[in-house]
Design a protein around this ligand. Sequence first.
Ligand code: NIG
Ligand code: FE
Length: 410
Amino acid sequence: MGKQLIKNIKGLVQAGEQIPSIIRGAQMHSLPIIENAYLLLDDNEVRAYGPMHTLLELKDLEAIEIIDATNCFVLPAFIDSHTHTVFATSREEEFVDRINGLSYEEIAARGGGILNSAKKLEQMSEEALYEASRTRINKMIARGTGAIEIKSGYGLSKEGELKMLRVIKKLQETLPIAIKGTFLGAHAIPSSYSDNREGYIGMLIDELLPHIAENKLAAYIDVFCERNYFSVEEMCQILEAGARFGLKGKVHVNQFSVLGGVPAAISRGAISVDHLEEIDIADINALAKSNCIATLLPGCSHFLSIPFGAANDLIDANAIVALASDFNPGSAPSYDLMHILSLACIKMKMTPQSAINALTINAAAALELQDTHGKIALGRKSPIILTNEIPSLAYLAYAYSENHIQRVFI
Ligand code: NIG
Ligand code: FE
């Protein structure tokens, strides 16, 4: 690969040595941009950057690939801190059911939803699951995604959950971007335990968790805290068990109802609380006072026609806001973080600056990748996006169905 000089960059975004590793409140509306800039990479490591007039004479020019970025922007790749990328197949039959009037919750009550994905996953070999997931991640990378989290949660049995976590581990070992695994055994109660939820939770805590921790099969633990799924008490029990094994919480809360899961997860040390389509003032105040990251998933709101997260209320209150795709076959079938950027600006009225901070700095922090990802700084090898020619940065969110990615540097 060697040296690459990107020159005449219209705007070099999120590049600097003093950029904080987490951004909250009003600070989220400001985004550092160096105009008419250059960036020098050596085997993808940032060697130098700055305004064009500071670019010194470079020796050995023939050994350098020179890329002219006139009218183009360069940004750190986006980080997807909440995905369900390992799944068997799509579920467009449920999508059609919803068009015909059923709700997500009604479809789930009929055995669709997460249980449908679990059935499909059981029938798929580990190799085929790996291959399908690998193909998806390569498409995510081509769209400018530079690190992802992936959850289990379609196994819902000892063997099924371990199969998913082994696939995630193999993806980590074989793909060029950082991948963090999350144990989401508590995604739904499987039908085999429908009369014995304590038994299922006991199996997760006593049998799966120790094995997962010992074999480093996950970095985080997740629970779908919701009516008809897991109660706040059950979530707390599972988060406390995870903590005993060193797994931090990263939970699904407030997708359809406010149950008190937000303050409960914060007090159990959760690194992030995700979804928050429904929220109340107590939750906003709790997030404003904590370092727990509020991760909003506008792709899910859009696809299920449920409320969008109250991004600006959270930002105004001084909370830390991140954005992610929630990529999964049931509630968010798109992994395109440029589309998430657009939805955040169009539907949640986030400023382009705050949405980009939410997809870079704060999303990296939501995966504890703040020392390597989310910004462009000397000595870092983090993934970088070069855009097509665009008139301004806001155009990325505005022209919502255009491809903006010219090239990614991984
Ligand atoms: O984040 N809400 C829980 N889990 C996923 C959806 C899972 C599915 O429908 O397959 C979500 O929306
Ligand atoms: Fe999710």
